[in-house]
Design a protein around this ligand. Structure first.
Ligand code: ARG
Length: 310
C-alpha cells in the first residue's frame, strides 16, 4: 500500500506509528481513495536523481509569523515522506524593525528600494526568521536545513532605481537536492549574490518563481493568510482558474487590479515555463493538507488548462 511505498523511498527517521497516524488523519479530510491517489501522484514525482520535484512552497512573512501552524503543516508532509522546498520572505518583520530604527520603507512598483542599511536589516531578519522556522520544525522531529546563500545568482535589476536589488540569473539546485537526499527539508531565503560577491535583495515571490522554473515541481504553493484568491466584487473564493480559457478575460475585469493582476501575470508566466502537469495553489497553512490531498481542495488552484494530471 501507499504507506509502505513511501517507506521504501527511504525515510527511516519517521516511526511507522507516526506515519500510520498521519495517513489515518489524512483519510479524515477526504475519502481514502482520493487521498491515496494524491499521495501516490505526489510521492512518485520525486526520485533519488531528482528529489525536489514535489513542491516549492512560498511562505509570506505574515504566514511565517504563525510559526506553530506553519511548522505543523510542513511536518505533516514530511511525515508522509514528501519533501517540499520551502522559500520564505520576511517583509512585515523587516518593516517592524525598520520602523523601530526610524527608517521608512520605500517601494517602487512593489519592489523594495534597498540601500546598504536596508540590506543590513534584511540579512539579519532573514537569518533570524529562517532559523526560527528551522528550529520549530526540528522541535517537531522534522529535519530541516537552513539554506540562506549559494542558490541564487543575480545581476542588479536597476541599480539607479532600486539600489541593491537583484534580478536572478541562475539557480543552483545542488544545495537543495543535497538537503533532501540527506533527509532534511531545505528552508531557503530569497537573497542572491552578484558575480562580484555583492549580496542583493530579491522579492520572495519572484525568487519562488525562478526556483520553480529550475526545479519544475508538480505544485507551486503560495501560502497566504486568507486561504486563497478572492473575487473582487462578490468576495467569493476563486476555486479554480484555468489560464488557457480565463486569463485574457480575467485581466480585463475591472476588479482585477494591483496585487491580483500582478499575481495572475506571475502565475501565467511561471506556468508557461513549466510542464502542463504543474499547477499553482494559493492556500493557508492550516488548509494545506486539504488542498493537496483532496479532489475539491480548499483554496485556489491555478493551472494552464482543464487537464490536471497527464
Ligand atoms: N488536490 C489536487 C491538487 O493539489 C486538487 C486541488 C483542487 N483545488 C482547488 N482549489 N480546486 O492538485
Amino acid at each position: 500500500n501507499i504507506v509502505r511505498r513511501v517507506q521504501v523511498r527511504g525515510i527511516q527517521s519517521v516511526a511507522q506509528t507516526d506515519r500510520d497516524t498521519i495517513t489515518r488523519l489524512l483519510y479524515s479530510i477526504g475519502t481514502k481513495r482520493e487521498v491515496e491517489r494524491h499521495l501516490r501522484i505526489f510521492s512518485s514525482s520525486s526520485h533519488p536523481s531528482e528529489p525536489a520535484k514535489f513542491a516549492v512552497i512560498k511562505v509570506g512573512g505574515a504566514v511565517l509569523a504563525e510559526l506553530d501552524e506553519l511548522a505543523l503543516s510542513l511536518s505533516f508532509l514530511y511525515r508522509v515522506g514528501l519533501y517540499p522546498v520551502v522559500l520564505h520572505g520576511a517583509g512585515p518583520q523587516m518593516n517592524d524593525i525598520m520602523d523601530r530604527e526610524g527608517v521608512v520603507p520605500d517601494y517602487i512598483d512593489g519592489i523594495r528600494v534597498t540601500n546598504a542599511k536596508t540590506l543590513q536589516v534584511a540579512r539579519r531578519v532573514f537569518m533570524e526568521e529562517n532559523l526560527k522556522l528551522v528550529n520549530a520544525l526540528e522541535k517537531l522531529g522534522t529535519r530541516a536545513r537552513p539554506i540562506t546563500s549559494g542558490v541564487f545568482s543575480a545581476d542588479y535589476l536597476d541599480k539607479e532605481k532600486y539600489g541593491l536589488v537583484g534580478k536572478i540569473t541562475k539557480v543552483d539546485k545542488r544545495p537543495i537536492e543535497a538537503s533532501i537526499r540527506a533527509g532534511a527539508l531545505p528552508i531557503l531565503t530569497s537573497l542572491a549574490e552578484s558575480a562580484d560577491g555583492q549580496i542583493l535583495n530579491v522579492n520572495a515571490d519572484i525568487a519562488a518563481g525562478e526556483l520553480a522554473k529550475e526545479l519544475e515541481p508538480m505544485k507551486i504553493v503560495f501560502l497566504n493568510d486568507k486561504g486563497g484568491m478572492f473575487h473582487g466584487v462578490t468576495g467569493e473564493k476563486l476555486d479554480v482558474i484555468n489560464l488557457d480559457e480565463e486569463y485574457d478575460g480575467l485581466m480585463k475585469e475591472p476588479w482585477v487590479k494591483y496585487g491580483t493582476k500582478l499575481k495572475l501575470r506571475e502565475f501565467k508566466e511561471l506556468l508557461d515555463h513549466l510542464p502542463r502537469s504543474s499547477s499553482v495553489a494559493v492556500i493557508s497553512a492550516s488548509s494545506l493538507q486539504k488542498e493537496l490531498f483532496t479532489d475539491s481542495g480548499a483554496g485556489t488552484l491555478i493551472r494552464r488548462g482543464y487537464k490536471l494530471f497527464k
